[in-house]
Design a protein around this ligand. Structure first.
Ligand SMILES: NC(=O)c1ccc[n+]([C@@H]2O[C@H](COP(=O)([O-])OP(=O)(O)OC[C@H]3O[C@@H](n4cnc5c(N)ncnc54)[C@H](OP(=O)(O)O)[C@@H]3O)[C@@H](O)[C@H]2O)c1
Length: 289
């Protein structure tokens, strides 16, 4: 059985991979207890002491505001430690899987969705740090995958604590009757996390390179959250009251950082649409028949 070391092991993405991959893979979970990624000098020695065939590096500080306010610390966690992890995987002849983000395109002023061959342009530290990691890997490793994820969503279950996502934010606003604002000046993907579980073994066998992991979505973030509310069964009155349009956010420039999933589709993995994902998630969790 293949041995997979996985960092950020208790995070959203890693928890789902571990939960649904158990039985097919032997996982070596790496949490904050094993490695503190704010100390890059500890990463290579620790990872060199393990034996694995694949190293999936999910650990990161993915909070855009944190990366903006703490550039040195965020750089240590998101770039320097990622490079140390990549070096360790390389030296052990293991495949390195780096989890990146759609945010690498957030500085483009043209329309998405963007392909893997499109030039990333990014205006945030978070995205630029991911790009720096990507570039190191492309230039120095031969056996690697860079998986750029759109916004991933799911609901909480034992052992899985989803990171902030549009489904949960919309549901919480409606359920608690507390208005929440979403921008109409942005378009991005929203992908059910279960795709990663469904297709893990095929993804891990893909030829080295960058892959975009996103379902298709044609709605702005505001319209997307309105659509979620409709699918959750709320009427227009509640939607107008609690799902508000934040026209100020990104008023300077419309941001479209959707990822084009053609490359993955051509490899036989079709993720479908955001609407299909939403229906499936709500059925999986018994919220809809
Ligand atoms: N979820 C998405 O929608 C999405 C979209 C695009 C890209 N991504 C990328 O996917 C990866 C996983 O995201 P996620 O949603 O699973 O995030 P998450 O739930 O926040 O998980 C991140 C993990 O990284 C760990 N971590 C953070 N700082 C650390 C440090 N200094 N030392 C050790 N561990 C540290 C966290 O440990 P603790 O549990 O101890 O805090 C957590 O387990 C990230 O690289 C993110 O950039 C996610």
């Amino acid at each position: 059985m293949k041995r997979i070391a996985i960092t950020g092991a208790n995070g959203f993405v890693a928890s789902v991979i571990r939960l649904y991959g158990s039985g097919r893979y032997e996982f070596i979970p790496i949490t904050r207890k094993e490695i503190d990624f704010s100390r890059p000098e500890t990463v290579y020695p620790y990872l060199s002491g393990l034996k694995y065939d694949v190293l999936i590096h999910t650990a990161a500080n993915a909070v855009t505001e944190f990366c903006a306010a703490n550039p040195e610390l965020a750089h240590a966690i998101n770039v320097e430690s990622a490079i140390e992890a990549a070096r360790a995987a390389k030296d052990q002849n293991a495949r390195f899987v780096f989890i990146s983000t759609e945010q690498v395109f957030n500085g483009r002023s043209d329309k998405g969705p963007f392909k893997e061959t499109d030039e990333p342009v990014c205006v945030t530290n978070y995205g630029n740090y991911k790009l720096e990691g990507e570039r190191y890997i492309q230039e120095n490793l031969e056996d690697y995958l860079i998986l750029r994820l759109s916004s991933m969503f799911g609901l909480p279950m034992p052992g899985v604590r989803p990171s902030s996502n549009f489904l949960m934010r919309t549901w919480k606003a409606l359920k608690s009757e507390t208005p929440a604002k979403f921008t109409p000046n942005e378009q991005r993907g929203m992908t059910y996390i279960m795709h990663l579980a469904d297709h893990l073994s095929e993804i891990l066998e893909l030829p080295s390179g960058i892959y975009h992991i996103s379902s298709r979505n044609d709605l702005s973030t505001y319209d997307l959250c309105r659509r979620i509310a409709e699918v959750l069964g709320y009427g227009e009155e509640a939607i107008q009251k609690y799902i508000l349009s934040d026209t100020e956010r990104y008023a300077d420039r419309f941001r479209d950082y959707r990822l084009d999933g053609t490359r993955l589709r051509e490899a036989g993995i079709d993720l479908g649409t955001m609407e299909e994902d939403l229906e499936r998630c709500l059925k999986d969790f018994g919220w809809k028949e």
